[in-house]
Design a protein around this ligand. Structure first.
Ligand code: SF4
Ligand code: FES
Length: 253
């Protein structure tokens, strides 16, 4: 396949960025999108140009490190697929592909296609600890959990923290991510002791990191590679309301 790539290049956080156009003449349809960029980078470096910076780690859809807006869609055109699991056979020979970083106030550009998503780490950190008794492993079924709760908790726990939900949202809201991270603990017995304090602290941190509010566009779900349900946002809102009623102490900053 021969492709034309329009790639966002930006030397640093304060540098002015812009699109550069690259010819990619030797793309194998079985390459992943990131392998295609590896090949482009080899050519750039051989020609003395700086490689295109982009984030990646596991390359198997589980770590959340990869990102990229591909033709205006976070993680590209395939439903429920991370950028690292997207293959070039889903594009046409001769196609022009536009590649940009995730864009949101809470995700400042570091370089080229790499953005700083440490705001997500700080939201999780604000959630604090889980108060579980230590010691020997408990017997199986010692803590009964209704099957529907276990299923919903495990579904929410699939969030890989990639940030596509923020990039897709017109408000750059982080509600789907924050909901996934609070709800999976809020549904389980082990998550109850700190449940209300956790919700208040994570919501407060989410707001202070500059993410917008949820106004029910649903773009987050469309972009989410793990198909985290919008029902989690409803559960987070319910928990947040209850937390403001049952908690008198201010949330720790
Ligand atoms: S909710 Fe989905 S899109 Fe958002 S961070 Fe988690 S896995 Fe990524
Ligand atoms: S590189 Fe780990 S999910 Fe894509």
């Amino acid at each position: 396949m021969r492709l034309t790539l329009k790639v966002w290049r930006q030397a640093g956080p304060r540098a002015t960025g812009g699109f550069r156009t690259y010819d990619a003449p030797d793309v194998n349809p079985d390459m992943s999108f990131l392998e295609m960029l590896d090949v482009v980078n080899e050519r750039l470096e051989a020609g003395g140009e700086a490689a295109i910076a982009f984030d990646h780690d596991c390359r198997e859809g589980i770590c959340g490190a990869c990102s990229l807006m591909i033709n205006g869609i976070p993680h590209g055109p395939r439903k429920a697929t991370t950028t690292c699991q997207l293959h070039m056979r889903h594009f046409r020979d001769g196609q022009t592909i536009t590649i940009e970083p995730f864009r949101a106030r809470g995700f400042p550009v570091v370089r080229d296609l790499v953005v700083d998503r440490s705001a997500f780490d700080r939201i999780i950190q604000a959630g604090g600890f889980i108060g579980v008794a230590t010691g020997n492993a408990p017997d199986a079924n010692a803590i009964p959990i209704p099957k529907p709760d276990a299923e919903r908790a495990m579904d929410a726990a699939q969030c890989i923290g990639c940030g596509a939900c923020v990039a897709a949202c017109p408000n750059a809201s982080a509600m789907l991510f924050t909901a996934a991270k609070t709800v999976h603990l809020g549904l389980l017995p082990q998550g109850q002791p700190e449940r209300w304090r956790r919700v208040l602290a994570m919501m407060e941190r989410m707001d202070s990191e500059g993410f917008g509010g949820c106004t029910n566009f649903g773009e987050c779900l469309a972009a989410c590679p793990k198909e985290i349900s919008l029902a989690n946002i409803a559960r987070l809102n319910a928990d947040y309301l209850k937390a403001t009623l049952v908690t008198r102490e201010p949330a720790p900053s």
